[in-house]
Design a protein around this ligand. Structure first.
Ligand code: HEC
Length: 178
């Protein structure tokens, strides 16, 4: 019985630490990859030339949640941002946090740790960067949305949470029905 428990524990561990090995099978096959070439005379994408530097303003690298917490929100919370953020919130966040952000989404009800109420006292006191970091890195249960939402999209969602859900700002066309 002990052995069986150990075997199950070992099986489950990689799921927590990293993806299952076969979850990448679709991408790791012999097909030609984007920007790759099969013609040696015309190779695909070359290595970056020496001394190349990233173009500012396109990608945001942030080390961890502590670093994210101190970040300043670069996106102005105007109508356009709130509308866009609302659309993304409706797609990515409502399943767990609910349309009003109260943590009462249908999927959230099934989790061991209930999604937090984004309109509660605690959520009002956290910084914009903290909300950004939560989306970037995820929490104990909450998944990371770094692959689904670009940094700019994440800041628009931050604006929606802060201004519409927490402070009741009006959005002319809010798909979440507010
Ligand atoms: C699969 C369910 C799920 C989804 C989808 C989800 N969350 Fe969460 N969220 C949680 C849970 C559970 C917590 C509690 C903390 C944890 O997981 O560590 C949480 C916590 C948070 C917190 C911390 C609040 C506080 O008071 O500390 C923020 C901010 C947050 N979520 C924002 C979002 C945003 C924005 C989205 C959409 C991009 C989102 N969440 C999508 C489950 C979810």
């Amino acid at each position: 019985m002990k052995k069986l428990t150990l075997a199950i524990a070992l099986l489950v561990t990689p799921a927590l630490a990293q993806a299952w090995p076969w979850s990448k099978d679709m991408s790791e096959q012999i097909s030609v990859k984007p920007q790759e070439s099969v013609d040696p005379a015309h190779p695909g994408m070359e290595n970056y030339p020496e001394h190349s530097e990233p173009v500012p303003g396109t990608t945001v690298f942030v080390k961890d949640r502590d670093a994210a917490e101190k970040m300043k929100n670069p996106v102005v919370a105007d109508q356009k941002s709130l509308e866009f953020g609302g659309r993304l919130f409706g797609i990515y966040c409502t399943p767990c946090h609910g349309y009003a952000g109260k943590g009462d989404g249908l999927v959230g009800k099934k989790l061991i740790l209930q999604p937090f109420d984004l309109t509660a006292e605690h959520a009002r006191s956290i910084s914009d960067g903290y909300i950004f970091g939560m989306m970037t890195f995820g929490g104990a249960i909450m998944p990371s949305y770094a692959n689904d939402l670009s940094p700019t999209e994440r800041w628009n969602v931050v604006n929606y949470v802060r201004h519409v859900l927490q402070q009741g700002a009006k959005v002319y066309s809010d798909v979440n029905g507010r």
